[in-house]
Ligand binder design. Structure first.
Ligand code: UFG
Length: 326
C-alpha cells in the first residue's frame, strides 16, 4: 500500500485528510508533536510523534515508512497569536517547512501537498479572490504561509519536487460519521463558538463587529466543509501523479456568507436561539473574503459537494454533541 506522510495528522484538517487518504487506498502515517493535535484523532494509520523542526526525527520516519508523498498540515494557525509571537510562527511555519523539504529531498520523496490559507491575500482590492490576486498578508500568520510557499517553489527549482499549494478559505464542519472533528483549545472559530452558545455550553456568542461595510454589517467569509477540503488533497495527489506542473488553488465555494447568516442557519438547524453579545471588531479581520473557486474545479476536478451550510452545521453539531473528546 502507498504510504503518505501527513504532518499535523492529529489535527482538525489533517485527521480528515487521513480518513480521505485511507478511503482512497493510501496508508496515512501521521507525524505530529501533539502540541495542538489529539492522539485520539489518529485512527486511519500509525502516529509518529515528532516536531516538524526535528530533522533527525523526520529522517528516521522517512526511512521507516518510505512514503511516496507528503501532506504538510503541521503549523501554527491563529492570526491573533501570530501577532503576539511572530518569531515562533516563523520558526514553526517557515523553518519547519524548510526542514521538511530537506528531509524529503534526502529521502527522495518528490510529491508535496501544502496547507496554505486565504490569509495570504490580506484585504484584497477586488472580489472574488482568484489565485492571481496578489498576495499581501496583513498578519504574521499569513506572512509565514507566503514564506513557506516561497520555500516550496525554491525547492522545486531543482526539478525534483512536484507540489500543490491549497489555500483554504474557512474550513468548517466535521466528519459526517462523527469519527473526527474540530477540537481547538481555545476555540476561536465562528461555527463551533456559535454552536456552543446555542447548546448552552457558552453564555453567548461574541459577535466581533456589526459595523462593517457589508449588507448586514457583519464579516463575510467563504465556508468550506472540512471533508471537501480533505478530498481536494487526495485529488491533488492524483493530479501530481499525472503531471509535474505545479498546482496553486483556492479551496472555497465561491459564495460569501455573513456572520449573521451563519447564526441564522445554526438557529434553523438546531431549533435553538444563539444568544449574542456584541463585541468590538477583532483586530485584523478583513470585512469580506471569498474566492471565485474555479481553479480547483479545473485543475483537480474538485467540487465542494458537502459545503452547503446545513451540512456543515449538522456535521459540526454531530461532533459537538456526541463525539468530541472532553
Ligand atoms: N467571529 C465572531 N465570533 C467568534 C468567532 C468568529 O464574531 O467567536 C467572526 C470573526 O470576527 C470573523 C468570522 O466570524 O468575522 C469568521 O471567523 P473565524 O475565526 O471562524 O475565521 P477567520 O475568517 O478569522 O479565519 C480563517 C481561518 C484562519 C485564516 C483566516 C484567513 O481560520 O486560519 O481564515 O482569513 F487565517
Amino acid at each position: 500500500m502507498r504510504a503518505a506522510l501527513v504532518t499535523g495528522g492529529a489535527g482538525y484538517i489533517g485527521s480528515h485528510a487521513c480518513k480521505a487518504l485511507a478511503r482512497s487506498g493510501w496508508h496515512p502515517v501521521s507525524y505530529d508533536d501533539l502540541s495542538l493535535g489529539h492522539r485520539a484523532l489518529v485512527k486511519w494509520g500509525p502516529l509518529e510523534e515528532g516536531d516538524i523542526r526535528d530533522r533527525a526525527r523526520l529522517d528516521a520516519v522517512f526511512a521507516r515508512w518510505r512514503p511516496q508523498a507528503v501532506l504538510h498540515f503541521a503549523a501554527l494557525s491563529q492570526v491573533g497569536a501570530s501577532v503576539r509571537q511572530p518569531d515562533l510562527y516563523c520558526d514553526v511555519n517557515v523553518a519547519g517547512t524548510e526542514c521538511l523539504l530537506g528531509a524529503m529531498q534526502t529521502a527522495g520523496v518528490d510529491t508535496l501537498v501544502f496547507s496554505s490559507t486565504a490569509a495570504v491575500y490580506g484585504v484584497p482590492a477586488h472580489l472574488p479572490i482568484t489565485e492571481t490576486t496578489p498576495v499581501a498578508p496583513t498578519n504574521p500568520y499569513g506572512e509565514t504561509k507566503v514564506a513557506a510557499e516561497a520555500a516550496i517553489r525554491r525547492a522545486a527549482e531543482s526539478g525534483k519536487l512536484r507540489y500543490a499549494i491549497l489555500r483554504y478559505f474557512n474550513a468548517a464542519g466535521g466528519d459526517p460519521d462523527g469519527e473526527t472533528g474540530e477540537s481547538h483549545e481555545p476555540e476561536t472559530h465562528l461555527i463551533p463558538n456559535a454552536l456552543a452558545a446555542a447548546l448552552g455550553k457558552a453564555p453567548a456568542l461574541e459577535l466581533f463587529g456589526d459595523d462593517y461595510p457589508t449588507p448586514d454589517g457583519t464579516c463575510i467569509r467563504d465556508y468550506i466543509h472540512v471533508s471537501d477540503v480533505a478530498e481536494a488533497h487526495v485529488l491533488a495527489l492524483s493530479r501530481l501523479a499525472e503531471s509535474p506542473a505545479p498546482v496553486v488553488c483556492d479551496l472555497g465555494t465561491g459564495k460569501g456568507v455573513s456572520v449573521r447568516e451563519i447564526v441564522a442557519a445554526i438557529e434553523a438547524v438546531t431549533g435553538r436561539a444563539v444568544p449574542i453579545r456584541k463585541a468590538p471588531r477583532r483586530p485584523g479581520d478583513p470585512p469580506v473574503l471569498y474566492t471565485a473557486a474555479q481553479s480547483a474545479q479545473r485543475e483537480l476536478d474538485w467540487r465542494p459537494e458537502r459545503s452547503d451550510l446545513t451540512s456543515i452545521i449538522r456535521d459540526a453539531l454531530i461532533w459537538q454533541t456526541s463525539c468530541k473528546p472532553t
